[in-house]
Design a protein around this ligand. Structure first.
Ligand code: 5AD
Ligand code: SF4
Length: 429
């Protein structure tokens, strides 16, 4: 999401006469797009600011903190890090050129953290940053109304709002025309996407996916993230129906214990989640499923933790992002619950979750040995210039030798070997 936002910021700045640089020494303005999801994400920003302080001593430089940390800490950031000139929350990016002027001309600090109920940067065509020319993100909504008790996002990104469907389709078509072949539709809870046009026609998420998929069979469509409570049968059927809607679904579990899920305010039970996994696996053959898991949330017992491990085995996740619970100031959990799982216990539980996922990922990859997949080539492998890498519809990275093939082309690749992280294969003519 931050990656997509940086591309919107890049567009706003280039539309106002600035240009982007990869070289920090030639920069006159530096923005750091920040994440507040866990404490260590914020700590990393303070380390980065110390580094930037070094550059600012050498020359005149405007330094801005943008995104969730700007929204969460506001002016407090100026006290903690005097190197910062600009603080802009996620809905303030259109003001950035004016804020730069204020800093440069008026020698003032500039702060803008008002959240909006309707800003979606709908008509802004993002500047693609560090792009491979093949894959791109398209932001389809902003904010979140779910208020999971551990999560800072509803406070830093504000209320949920959907972007005009027409502008989403236009952005996807433009990307396709420029050679892009894989777009990921982004939102905190894409299942609740809803847009009604002037004539009263409503587009929900399934419809939007179908509309993007119909741009061309050569355009792959992915999405992130869906909330299990809202995962509809209609969406499952839409994924099954279109060959170019990728057979990968990210379905954050967070915990396998109904009691913990209740305290997390996730609004589903263990049984509901297992039913959704079954509906996905039964209706979309060969689909891969990824998840997010939090270890050591408030009040989590050893039994709750075992329920998470057992659910992981039932779901047979192909991929997972796994975290230690981190208290976020202002959230319901921070205000009303006790962070009572000792750090060493959280660490041990997280290690067990990671070890199990390693096994599951390896098992999932071993299952693919001998199979042939259509792979969209994304570029040359970092390991060797003779090798290419790309992904299959299931979002797995495959590395294979290939000569005269270019990024953006599709090739059939048979899997010969694997690790828990990657598949290795060869092209089948
Ligand atoms: N502590 C740890 N992990 C968190 N996440 C969100 N908030 C927290 C927190 N306070 C995780 C969730 C979410 C992912 C993006 O980050 O698993 O799905
Ligand atoms: Fe955070 Fe929950 Fe919203 Fe995801 S759905 S962004 S975890 S509040």
């Amino acid at each position: 999401m931050n990656f997509a936002d940086s591309e919107v910021i890049g567009a706003i700045l280039t539309n106002n006469g600035y240009s982007l640089t990869d070289n920090i020494d030639s920069a006159d303005v530096i923005f750091i797009n920040t994440c507040s999801i866990r404490e260590n994400a914020e700590n990393r920003i303070f380390n980065r600011l110390r580094e930037i302080n070094y550059y600012k001593k050498k020359k005149e430089l405007v330094v801005g903190i943008v995104g969730c940390m700007a929204e969460r800490m506001k002016e407090e950031l100026l006290e903690k890090a005097p190197v910062v000139d600009i603080i802009a929350g996620p809905d303030a990016y259109r003001s950035l050129p004016r804020m730069i002027d204020e800093v440069v001309n008026d020698k003032q600090k500039a702060v803008q953290t008002v959240l909006s109920t309707n800003e979606t940067y709908a008509e802004i065509n993002p500047v693609r940053i560090s792009s491979n020319g093949v894959t791109a993100f398209i932001s389809i909504m902003r904010g979140c109304d779910n208020f999971c008790s551990y999560c800072v996002v509803p406070y830093t990104r504000g209320r949920e709002r959907s972007r005009d469907a027409g502008t989403i389709i236009a952005e996807a078509k433009d990307l396709f025309d420029r050679g892009y072949r894989d777009v990921t539709l982004l939102g905190q809870n894409v299942n609740s996407y809803k847009w009604t046009d002037e004539e009263g026609n409503t587009v929900n998420f399934s419809k939007l996916m179908a509309m993007v998929a119909e741009i061309s069979p050569l355009l792959r469509v992915r999405f992130a993230t869906s909330h299990p409570k809202d995962l509809s049968d209609e969406l499952i059927m839409t994924i099954a129906k279109y060959d170019n809607i990728c057979k990968f679904i990210h379905l954050p579990l967070q915990s396998g214990s109904t009691e913990v899920l209740k305290r997390m305010n996730r609004k589903y039970t263990r049984e509901w989640y297992i039913d959704r996994i079954k509906a996905i696996r039964d209706n979309i053959p060969g689909i891969c499923i990824g998840t997010d898991i939090i270890a050591g949330f408030c009040g989590e017992t050893e039994e709750d933790h075992q329920e998470t491990l057992s659910l992981m085995r039932i779901a047979k996740y192909d991929y997972a992002y796994m975290f230690k619970y981190s208290v976020r100031p202002g959230t319901l959990a921070a205000r009303k619950m006790d962070d009572d799982v000792l750090d060493e216990v959280k660490g041990r539980r997280l290690s067990e979750i990671i070890a199990l996922q390693q096994e599951l990922s390896l098992e999932s990859n071993r299952h693919d040995i001998g199979k042939t997949f259509e792979v969209l080539v994304e570029g040359r492998s970092k390991r060797s210039a003779d090798e290419l890498y790309g992904r299959n519809s299931q979002n797995k990275v495959i590395i294979f030798p290939g000569g005269n093939i270019h990024p953006g082309e599709y090739v059939n690749v048979m899997v010969k070997e694997c690790t828990a992280a990657t598949l290795l294969g060869k092209i089948i003519e």
